[in-house]
Design a protein around this ligand. Structure first.
Ligand code: SRM
Ligand code: SF4
Length: 553
């Protein structure tokens, strides 16, 4: 039970003693060592920075008794995922100046810089700050980057919706000046009084807290996988607002059978004026009832699961001081990947560009990074990140459309139907060599897995039907495989578990189909299922719906 008094985890004391996330970070960053203490590693996360080492050389360095190749990952927070051309160019330049020459678009509309060395962190933060960008609260036990379906920027439903992610991000951002002091200007804040938001206090939240805003029509954000998911709607009496979903989360741990992936429960409807306070009451409930002893079981989903929805609602209502409004019915959601060309109501165009596993890089002929840089250099465009690790370039004048299409073509960037049916929406987490938690490869082997699966699909009667694949290097589930039609999840050093049966709309968990298979075996395993889907599948039935209907998964 989450409310039982148990010994706090060590991280709680690190937070409490940190003077609102300062600790000894300033000194440690200035010191000569390439790495930092464990305490500093924990605090760095709140500033959006992960201490890592290059795992490709870990073993040989350890054997030679050499210092590990210490590097840092920095996650730039972009609420709602929209960047100007100038911001894109600044990030592009930074990736050469302080990182490994790539930008990594994440499944939560943030951008990661990889391979930053300790001495480059301050330069990075200062340059980001010059462009109104920050890594603060990119990680840590706080409300993380607020994700927004990109279509909400285009006013298809309500032109105010695009601004909601920014508003929520401001409302729930930690207030401590520690980041600016340590990373940007080096000046101590004049006053420490009421430095932090009341719901964060000295020990912040038990763990991370994720919010996403879906479109009413489609679920690219995976709204049921969030701590709080918002789905826009119009209440017959109360007016515009959101149906709120609560207690979703996909990570689990092989070592702890008490952990599990969970879809959120539909909680309530809140008008636009009510939603911030309702989320604050949920965050308050979580701060007070969340598990601070066992970090693997500290997410909000366990509070909701352990209490049951009814008691959880009572807890939220007591903090809110009033009853929650009954939710509106939601869905059904359509499938949308935001790729390809679209004309907007104002006559301009946007183009959704697929970025394999979110890695903006130049690799041989395919030079996505150069293409996006060249587009940003053309002037005033907007770059919208998607929760599917892709990017939409918008604001393209009708007269420029052909030139932009030619530019993409010249950089070997394929759009729309030029993309393979699995390649198009496939996701992979970074895993090796940067992620300290990776059991197996992921991003680096995605092209090979996509190729093998597309080969098997092509040879089956299903041919080119779209199919959702998500690959991760461990069960933390950063590319959300637990809701995928086919999820492939790192299990041991060389094997993966295969899960099947997500709907493609994010509203059903996939189930384990096979355990501990090699990546090479995955396509052999599913090839007969593709054939059955082609022959027995109903019109428009997704692979995930098919395997669920016929009882394969
Ligand atoms: Fe994640 C931890 C990468 C989205 C569940 N995640 C990590 C770390 C920081 C590894 C670590 O703790 O040392 C990974 C950094 C690797 C690297 O080298 O970059 C990492 N997670 C990512 C990203 C970059 C994957 C991607 O391919 O885009 C995503 C960054 C999101 C962002 O911009 O904020 C990312 N992570 C997710 C998601 C999907 C989502 O939020 O929509 C999940 C599943 C949803 C959920 O939270 O349940 C997810 N990441 C985890 C977990 C398991 C958390 C849990 O409580 O169950 C961990 C482990 C942890 O926190 O201790 C984790
Ligand atoms: Fe690392 Fe696991 Fe997340 Fe992949 S899923 S990035 S291996 S924590």
């Amino acid at each position: 039970m989450t409310t039982e008094a148990t010994k706090e985890s060590a991280v709680e004391e690190i937070k409490r003693a940190s003077d609102h996330l300062r600790g000894n970070l300033a000194n440690e960053l200035a010191g000569p060592r390439p790495n930092v203490s464990e305490e500093a590693e924990q605090l760095l996360k709140f500033h959006g920075i992960y201490a890592q080492d290059n795992r490709d050389v870990r073993r040989e360095r350890a054997m030679a008794k050499e210092t590990l190749d210490y590097i840092y990952m920095a996650r730039v927070v972009i609420p709602g995922g929209a960047l100007t051309s100038a911001q894109w160019l600044a990030l592009d330049a930074l990736s050469d100046e302080v990182a490994d020459g790539t930008l990594r678009l994440t499944t939560r509309e943030a951008i990661q810089l990889h391979g930053v060395v300790k001495g480059g962190l301050r330069e990075m933060a200062t340059k980001l700050n010059d462009h109104w960008l920050t890594t603060f609260n990119g990680c840590g036990d706080v409300v993380r980057n607020v994700v927004l379906c990109p279509s909400l920027h285009y006013g298809e439903d309500d032109e105010q919706l695009g601004a909601v992610a920014q508003r929520l991000a401001r409302r729930f951002r930690a207030r401590t000046q520690a980041y600016l002091e340590i990373f940007v200007n080096g000046e101590k804040a004049v006053t420490r009084e009421s430095e932090e938001q009341p719901f964060y206090g000295e020990t912040y939240l038990p763990r991370k807290f994720k919010i996403a805003i879906a479109s009413a029509h489609e679920n690219c954000v995976d709204v049921f996988a969030q701590d709080v998911g918002l789905i826009p709607g119009i209440h017959p009496e109360a007016g515009r607002g959101f149906t709120m979903v609560v207690g979703g989360g996909l990570g689990r741990s092989y070592a702890n059978p008490d952990t599990f992936a969970r879809l959120g429960d539909v909680l309530a409807f809140a008008t636009d004026d009510e939603v911030d306070e309702t989320i604050a009451a949920i965050v308050d409930t979580y701060r007070e009832l969340g598990n601070r002893a066992e970090r693997k079981r500290a997410r909000l989903k366990y509070v909701v699961a352990d209490l049951g929805l009814e008691r959880f609602v009572a807890e939220v209502e007591s903090r809110l001081g009033r009853a929650l409004r009954a939710p509106l019915p939601i869905g059904p959601f359509a499938h949308e990947d935001h790729l390809g060309w679209r004309e907007l109501a104002n006559g301009t165009w946007h183009v959704g560009v697929h970025v394999g596993a979110g890695r903006v890089a130049d690799r041989g002929e395919l030079s996505v990074r150069s293409a996006l840089r060249a587009l940003a250099q053309r002037g005033d465009l907007t770059f919208h990140l998607t929760p599917l690790q892709d990017i939409i370039v918008s604001g393209i004048a009708s007269a420029d459309r052909d030139e932009v299409a030619a530019l993409l073509h010249d950089h070997a960037v394929r759009v729309d139907d030029e993309l393979g049916p699995i390649e198009r929406t496939a996701l992979a987490c970074p895993a090796l060599p940067t992620c300290g938690q990776a059991l197996t490869e992921s991003e680096r082997r995605l092209p090979e897995l996509v190729g093998a699966l597309e080969g098997a699909l092509e040879q089956s009667s299903a041919r080119r039907r779209p199919l959702q694949l998500r690959l991760t290097g461990c069960p933390n589930g950063c590319a959300r495989p637990a809701v995928a039609e086919i999820g492939v999840v790192g299990r041991t050093k060389s094997t993966y578990d295969v899960v099947l049966g997500g709907s493609g709309r994010g509203d059903r968990l996939a189930r384990t189909y096979r355990e501990k298979v090699t990546l090479e075996e995955v396509s052999e395993l599913v090839a007969p299922l593709f054939e059955r889907w082609g022959v027995e599948g109903e019109d428009g039935e997704t692979f995930g719906d098919f395997v669920t209907r016929v009882g394969i998964a």
